[in-house]
Design a protein around this ligand. Structure first.
Ligand code: COS
Length: 391
């Protein structure tokens, strides 16, 4: 039986997140966007009410929520403001490799940092010359006695300026391509870690995006995540787990744009009637509604598969590709429904259009999702991996 009914607990958490988005995020979101202000106060409040670190298991101090419930939270926060939502949710991305490959000691120490205080962590994969092509990274980690020494530069790191620790990917065998990458936990206060630059962005301006350098950074041997040279797979397994959530955030943006366009079309009068009476507008609103529904169902499917302990690579790429592209299309159409006013910052939808763009870029571009989908559809591959455990 297929049943899309949420449990009472899931409904309660979704309502909590919606309420938080409506009361704490929406009233200030446009100011934060204009000024690119860091939402520290909102992070502290969200942490206080239990909306952060949803996947961290109870034994490590988190709520241990399932992935589908995490998606419900992300959609609502994305509906409030996806820039602030990205800042709130980034701990999930940084934590996932620790949850999959970290030792018990690492989980205790680094998850503890996030659950005992409203602290942040970042995921450092991308480099100036290695975006979609992860194997092209140049950061290195060299074993010296009981330490690893890390050198390199990572870019586009969400929450990078404010993180207390980083999950860092580095080459441990330069000749071995994707089979020569390993992942590590690096504390922010280690000698040689520097935040070089904060990016000035088109959208999601309340989120922090930074360039981080690691200059002869020494970390204990035990900070290796999983096995040496298995970091590429760890990154792919991480993205399988986090793409449902980021897709949910795209659904949140799309839902917000749809609601604004729907309501405005009933108020704005042209040719003597509300523009919602014109079929050209009705069809745009109808297409927005269908895309939001379809994207949400793909998101739920990709999260539910994880909760069933099943591999969700194909489902999470379907969700990410469709939800991101739909959010872009819907926000562009929302601006169109608003007409000239849609182009003016005083009205809400141009921000949503700018915010939506990053959904087609981060955590794998829409083209990378199509690549994954094509491979999974044309040449299905058996990938052995542990069942999807909570972080
Ligand atoms: N889970 C587990 N293992 C996986 C996997 C997954 N989802 N996807 C691939 N693998 C494994 C493969 O089985 C293969 O294993 P072997 O070494 O045993 O052969 C290995 O990883 C390499 O896979 P593949 O040949 O598909 O790798 P490619 O170099 O062709 O890269 C893409 C694949 C392009 C899909 C990958 O590099 C990618 O996702 N890039 C985008 C990265 C990204 O999202 N960046 C955004 C920044 S993070 S915010």
């Amino acid at each position: 039986m297929v049943d899309f009914t949420l449990t009472d607990e899931q409904k309660d958490i979704r309502d909590l997140a919606h309420d938080f988005a409506e009361k704490e995020i929406r009233p200030v979101a446009w100011d934060y966007d204009r000024d690119a202000t860091w939402p520290q106060e909102i992070i502290e409040k969200a942490w206080e009410v239990g909306l952060m670190n949803s996947h961290i298991a109870e034994e490590h101090g988190g709520p241990g929520l399932d992935y589908l419930t995490g998606c419900l939270i992300e959609e609502e926060l994305g509906w409030g403001c996806s820039g602030i939502g990205t800042s709130l949710m980034c701990n999930g991305l940084a934590s996932a490799p620790v949850g999959i490959g970290g030792s018990e000691e690492l989980k205790k120490e680094y998850f503890g940092m996030l659950t005992e205080e409203p602290k942040l962590a970042s995921f450092c994969l991308t480099e100036p010359d290695a975006g979609s092509d992860v194997s092209g990274m140049r950061t290195t980690a060299v074993k010296k006695g009981d330490k690893w020494v890390i050198n390199g530069t990572k870019c586009f790191i969400t929450n990078g300026s404010h993180a207390s620790w980083y999950t860092v990917y580095a080459k441990t065998d330069k000749e071995a391509g994707h089979r020569g990458i390993s992942a590590f936990v690096v504390p922010r206060d280690a000698d040689g870690v520097t935040v070089d630059k904060k990016e000035d962005k088109l959208g999601q301006r309340a989120s922090d995006t930074a360039m981080i350098s690691f200059n002869d950074v020494e970390i204990p041997a035990g900070n290796l995540l999983g096995e040496e040279n298995k970091g590429f797979k760890l990154a792919m397994m991480t993205l399988d787990r986090t793409r449902p959530g980021v897709s949910a955030m795209a659904v949140g943006i799309a839902q917000a744009a749809f609601e604004y366009a729907r309501d405005y079309s009933k108020e704005r009068v042209q040719f003597g009637v509300p523009i919602a009476m014109h079929q050209a507008i009705q069809f745009m609103i109808a297409d927005m509604a269908t895309k939001v529904e379809a994207a949400r169902l793909l998101v739920w499917q990709s999260g539910a598969l994880l909760d069933q302990g099943k591999r969700n690579t194909l489902a999470s790429s379907h969700a990410k590709r469709f939800a991101a592209d739909s959010a872009m299309e819907i926000t562009v159409d929302a601006v169109q429904v608003y007409g000239g006013y849609g182009f003016i910052k005083e009205y809400p939808v141009e921000k949503l259009m700018r915010d939506a763009k990053i959904m087609q870029l981060y955590e794998g571009t829409s083209q990378i999702q199509r690549l994954v989908i094509a491979r999974e559809v044309l040449m299905p591959r058996r990938v052995e991996e542990p069942a999807a455990a909570a972080a």
